[in-house]
Write a protein that binds this ligand. Structure first.
Ligand code: DCT
Ligand code: MG
Length: 463
């Protein structure tokens, strides 16, 4: 066990000989599951007679940041796997997933917080999956994406091959990589990919906003290996999107932090309600899942009262307003192709039909409440990628669920709906194929209920 503290109110004492279980209210651990902590307490012969909370170190860090105890949330609780050899301990959280209970192959039946105990493995799988994606080899890519996703949901770190017994989505190729990492601390396959010319070039080229696999392939075949050579080549033609991508490259590759996302949120809300006072604006994507950084900031906008015309005009009005203020660095509005009675798409990765815009906004540093500056000399703003999605009010729950992600969570929700419930789900609707009806929903909770799933909170969807 790395570290284990007992903060009782303001007093923080390390677990040691002077440990008095009666006065303990909170046990905080780093990189350990609740089961690890309980097992350790038992091994030390420490009897816990009082009720206490088993919490992740993130709670203590947040308390220290706030200067007072902050409210405990699900994401802070350490998970205790049910283990017959352990006597029950008061105050311990015995909610999912006990070891006897099978881990689901679907991410929508797992709780995946940002507390990843297996990053060494999941980083490796992410790289291998990405390499197959660059080669457009979906069949080989998918097993590594699923494996990364299932390991992110585990409440304990894998230290031996015995630990992965009974865990789904781990095929032979995946197991081979796990074994390599357990034995050598790294995977030779991952090492080879990181040194691969094609992987390195694709990674670099696709880091430019507007550059997809087709363009990366073309530039790679033409013999390009650096962005500076590409930028200065007179024979190449770039799209508007790519031009903006090169122009704001440094800002866009440095991730958006939460303080910047909050500042963007203020800008968006202010502009939206100026034109549609009753509009509801929700930050979606990774930030809604509790991430501290992201590659962009996503928002869902909807209005209970707006007419179709007002709804269609809003993104145009908002972006025009920013253009006049000199804040609009790039703007691409995609008009809606939404139809009320269209069946949900069968494809798990289908794009939705709502009106949306992909933007690059100029965010003035003065608006960001943060100590971090990271500011370039003489430049008091940062270019930020922002996505705005406008949806009809009665579809807001489906749109919110779809735009909250993660992508793997969404894929598995749709796969689960199709294969386990004979239903079709996408960002617009849920259709029951057996009853031949659309199932309506006012909230995400209702969609989970229609699917017969336990509700998974946004911060537990980091699959
Ligand atoms: N999404 C969608 N349709 C799209 C794009 C995205 O339904 N055309 C969903 C999937 C995840 C969510 O919206 C947000 O997308 P991203 O911003 O790409 O993902 P993210 O989880 O927010 O990641 P990041 O933190 O890097 O922005
Ligand atoms: Mg995002």
């Amino acid at each position: 066990m790395s570290e284990c503290w007992v903060p009782a109110g303001a007093t923080v004492c390390e677990l040691c000989g002077t440990f008095k279980s009666d006065s303990v209210t909170h046990i905080v651990a780093e990189n350990n599951s609740g089961s690890d902590v309980l097992e350790w307490l038992q091994l030390q012969n420490i009897k816990a007679s009082s009720e206490f909370e088993l919490l992740d170190i993130s709670w203590l860090i947040e308390c220290m940041g706030a200067g007072k105890p902050v409210e405990m949330a699900g994401r802070h609780q350490l998970v205790v796997r049910r283990n017959p050899s352990l006597s029950p301990v008061p105050g311990s959280q015995t909610v999912p997933p006990p070891p006897m209970q099978k881990i689901s192959q679907y991410a929508c039946q797992r709780r995946t917080t940002l507390n990843n105990h297996n990053q060494l493995f999941t980083d490796a799988f992410d790289i291998l999956a990405e390499n197959y994606e660059f080669r457009e080899n979906e069949v080989s890519c998918l097993p590594f994406m699923r494996a990364a996703s299932v390991l992110k949901s585990l409440s304990f770190p894998i230290v031996s091959m015995k630990d992965i017994e009974g865990i789904p989505c781990l095929g032979d190729k995946v197991k081979c990589v796990i074994e390599g990492i357990i034995e050598d601390g790294e995977s030779s396959e991952v090492k080879a990919v990181l040194n691969d010319e094609r992987y390195k070039s694709f990674k670099l080229f696709t880091s430019v906003f507007g550059v997809g696999l087709k363009t990366a392939e073309k530039w790679f075949r033409m013999g390009f290996r650096t962005l500076s050579k590409i930028k200065s080549d007179k024979s190449l033609r770039f799209t508007h999107m790519q031009k903006a991508g090169f122009l704001y490259y440094e800002d866009l590759v440095s991730c958006v932090n939460r303080a910047e996302a909050e500042a963007v949120s203020m800008l968006v809300k202010e502009a939206v309600v100026a034109f549609l006072p009753d509009a509801l604006v929700t930050m979606t994507g990774g930030f809604r899942r509790g991430k501290m950084t992201g590659h962009d900031v996503d928002f869902l906008i909807t209005s209970p009262e707006a007419t179709e015309e007002e709804e269609q005009q809003l993104l145009h009005k908002v972006t025009n307003f920013w253009r006049q203020q000199g804040l609009l660095l790039y703007c691409d509005i995609i008009e809606s192709t939404f139809e009320k009675f269209k069946l949900p798409s069968r494809k798990v990765d289908a794009l939705d039909h709502f009106q949306k815009c992909f933007l690059i906004l100029k965010l003035h540093r003065g608006l960001v409440r943060s100590e971090e500056s990271g500011q370039q000399e003489g430049k008091d703003w940062k270019a930020i990628r922002v996505d705005l999605v406008m949806c009809p009010y009665e579809r807001r729950a489906f749109a919110l669920l779809g735009w909250t992600g993660s992508r793997q969570f969404e894929r598995d929700l749709r796969r689960y709906a199709t294969h386990e419930r004979k239903m079709m789900l996408d960002n617009h609707a849920l259709y029951d194929k057996t009853k031949r009806v659309f199932l309506e929903a006012e909230s995400e909770e209702e969609i989970f209920a229609h699917l017969g799933l336990d509700y998974i909170e946004p911060w537990e969807r980091n699959a």
